[in-house]
Design a protein around this ligand. Structure first.
Ligand code: SF4
Length: 212
């Protein structure tokens, strides 16, 4: 099997830069990371569009849970997600809703803070850390595990173990982290699907095709 940086280069060659995360502001990115839990990106976009120009931490802090749930209704699980958005905003208020102040916080400490926020697990925390706060944490999801396992990379089951293993095998570069995660998602949706299209995959000659 090719090493991870070589796999990254192949995916980048196939698909080009993905320029994630698709958001107008760092706070919109954070909101998107919560809304995307258990739903499609198309539904997240509908929910974000419902905010219009009002999407800000101040606006979310000023709304009650029911009003917020109505706005984010298209994203599904809207009552739970309204609570999560309120909790995220409460956490962000520690930094006066100032992305520069949040980015200046120690990486480990701010990750611990995010993981303590209601409704934020590893994947959501690391997405926010990487794409909004520019902290070097690789985002692992079910696509990552499936893709790497099929290739023949001995991918551990636990989130933290897999994240650390990937990080140990690629340069500590936030731009590469962001692109690589996005490219894995793209490849998992285009070719390395649940039922993979190996015959048209550029990685076929390298892949062990451990498909279960
Ligand atoms: S060859 Fe098949 S299993 Fe391997 S990465 Fe490509 S699509 Fe996935």
């Amino acid at each position: 099997m090719k090493k991870l940086p070589a796999i990254y280069k192949t995916l980048l060659h196939i698909y080009g830069p993905q320029n994630w995360w698709p958001a107008q502001t760092p706070f919109e990115m954070m909101v998107g990371a919560i809304l995307t839990q258990n739903t499609t990106w198309a539904n997240v976009e509908k929910a974000i569009n419902n905010f219009g120009k009002r999407l800000s931490p101040e606006f979310i802090a000023s709304k009650d849970n029911d009003e917020l749930a109505q706005i984010i209704l298209p994203s599904g699980y809207y009552n739970q997600k309204a609570l999560k958005l309120k909790a995220l905003t409460q956490w962000y208020s520690k930094y006066d809703y100032d992305i520069k102040r949040a980015r200046a916080q120690d990486s480990y400490l701010i990750r611990q803070e995010l993981l303590a926020v209601k409704g934020i697990g590893y994947e959501t925390a690391d997405s926010i850390l990487l794409y909004a706060l520019n902290k070097p944490y690789f985002v692992v999801d079910t696509y990552t595990k499936r893709f790497l396992s099929r290739l023949g990379f001995n991918a551990p089951n636990k989130y933290e173990d897999l994240r650390l293993l990937i990080e140990a095998n690629i340069p500590a570069d936030i731009n590469m982290y962001g692109e690589f995660h996005a490219l894995i998602v793209r490849h998992a949706k285009c070719q390395c699907k649940k039922k993979p299209s190996c015959g048209v995959c550029s990685l076929e000659s390298e892949c062990k095709k451990l498909i279960i």
